[in-house]
Design a protein around this ligand. Structure first.
Ligand code: G6P
Length: 421
């Protein structure tokens, strides 16, 4: 049979059409014959199937669109399985945002106590998915966007033999910033990148193979407005936007306390609008409302990976991979988000050099948290959950953890069978 099968698990996500668009743009080099949509939400799946069928026609992509709620059927024979699930939906996300905030902490979907609860809900489901792939499609690549992507990648590599590449659009943020601020095309920009998902730093930026000038560096840094420019200059490295929760903690807390809606609530409102467009049989192109959703760039990264692997093209990409000595201050087993050489064989992490002073402590602390959190999620061990939160620089306080954790667990009970055996 010619071409390959591409499965999307969590296909009810509003992002699915962007993947379809990416496949259409690369149809010469990526001969996809079947796109399998998988989700547990039948209503969303039906709407997405209808929209995708209209959309591929519009794009001139000759492909069969199928859908299923059965995971084994979804993954069987797939070459790539793109995972983008959200266990508990945005309703659970809103609790991740609100409960920590009510205890005076940053409430955010991937960071701090909120990110921890998302990991507890998500890791068992992703392990089941990976084990199903191991059984029915052992050669398939998992292209993961499920957050928290670093912890998910760590759990899957540690507890299964499935092949996983963990991604985040953050890996191409410097390219996006250079394009936005100076119109420079992606492939002209290179950089060093060290850390974890949502805990990383970018430095030694080069354009066309020469070091970026100070002026260019500042233009790029300014396109990441969540982090103060003076702070970037002090570090001589650009922190991920998620470092705003660590370096501007009080400012963020004030913003969160004064906001009418959490980000999760805003996303839910946008999704309503986007979904009503997807359901409209007259609409066969990406709806305008999708632009408001943001978070673009996934498709670019995913298609870059597919191209590199399927066509055995040596490509430099930022991926969440086991360290294996690439970052010398972290254990070999730790999953890190760093530059890799990707090709038909898979991913080879590249040695990270010249790490800026002062960043390794924070990265190590968060990795320590992540490894404990993964174990807590797998073992359903409440004591490990406490230790993980104590290791997290945004939580840490023991008395607060004793007070907040029971509330978080109770609110998520339906999604935590491993803790309530
Ligand atoms: C960025 C982050 C992702 C996040 C996405 C959408 O790309 O790196 O982890 O999922 O934004 O965030 P949103 O708040 O719009 O759901």
């Amino acid at each position: 049979m010619k071409g390959f099968k591409f499965t999307i698990s969590g296909a009810g996500s509003t992002y699915t059409p962007e993947l379809i668009e990416g496949l259409a743009q690369k149809k010469e080099s990526l001969p996809v014959r079947e796109i399998m949509l998988h989700d547990i939400d039948e209503k969303r799946l039906d709407i997405m199937e209808g929209f995708c069928k209209r959309y591929v026609k519009e794009l001139g992509l000759d492909v069969t669109i199928n859908k299923t709620t059965d995971l084994a059927r979804a993954v069987e024979g797939a070459y790539f399985v793109n995972t983008q699930i959200r266990v508990g939906g945005n309703e659970a996300r809103v609790l991740d945002e609100k409960i920590p905030l009510s205890h005076g902490l940053i409430g955010q979907e991937t960071t701090g106590a909120g990110g921890f609860m998302k990991a507890m809900r998500t890791i068992p489901v992703m392990l089941n998915l990976a084990k199903t792939i191991e059984k029915y499609s052992p050669d398939a690549w998992i292209v993961n966007y499920t957050n928290p992507t670093g912890l998910v990648s760590e759990a899957v590599t540690r507890y299964t033999n499935a092949k996983i590449a963990g991604f985040c659009s953050g890996g191409i943020f410097p390219k996006m910033w250079a394009k936005k601020s100076m119109g420079i095309e992606y492939d002209r920009v290179r950089y060093d990148y060290v850390g974890l998902n949502h805990m990383n730093f970018i430095y030694n930026i080069s354009i066309d193979g020469r070091a970026a000038t100070e002026e260019e560096f500042i233009h790029i840094a300014k396109a990441n407005p969540e982090i103060d420019l003076e702070l970037v200059k002090l570090l001589n490295a650009i922190p991920s936007p998620y470092l705003q929760y660590y370096y501007h903690t009080h400012r963020k807390l004030d913003q969160f306390k004064n906001a009418q809606y959490t980000r999760g609530q805003q996303v839910m409102m946008m999704e309503k609008e986007i979904y009503s467009a997807y359901a409209d049989e007259k609409i066969s192109t990406k709806p305008e409302a999708l632009n408001k959703r943001g978070g673009g760039g996934y498709s670019d990264v995913a298609m870059g990976f597919l191209d590199a692997v399927y066509n055995d093209q040596d490509t430099w990409m930022i991926v969440n991979v086991p360290n294996n000595g690439a970052v010398d201050f972290l254990p070999d087993s730790a999953v890190v988000e760093i530059g890799c050489l990707v090709n038909g064989v898979g991913m080879q992490p590249l040695k990270v050099k010249n790490v800026p002073p002062m960043v390794w402590g924070l990265i190590s602390e968060v990795k320590n948290y992540e490894q404990l959190a993964v174990e807590a999620a797998v073992e359903g061990d409440i004591n490990k959950a406490k230790l993980a939160l104590m290791a997290h620089p945004l939580v840490r306080d023991y008395n607060l953890i004793e007070k907040m954790l029971p509330e978080l667990m109770e609110a998520n009970k339906a999604y935590l069978p491993q803790f309530y055996k």
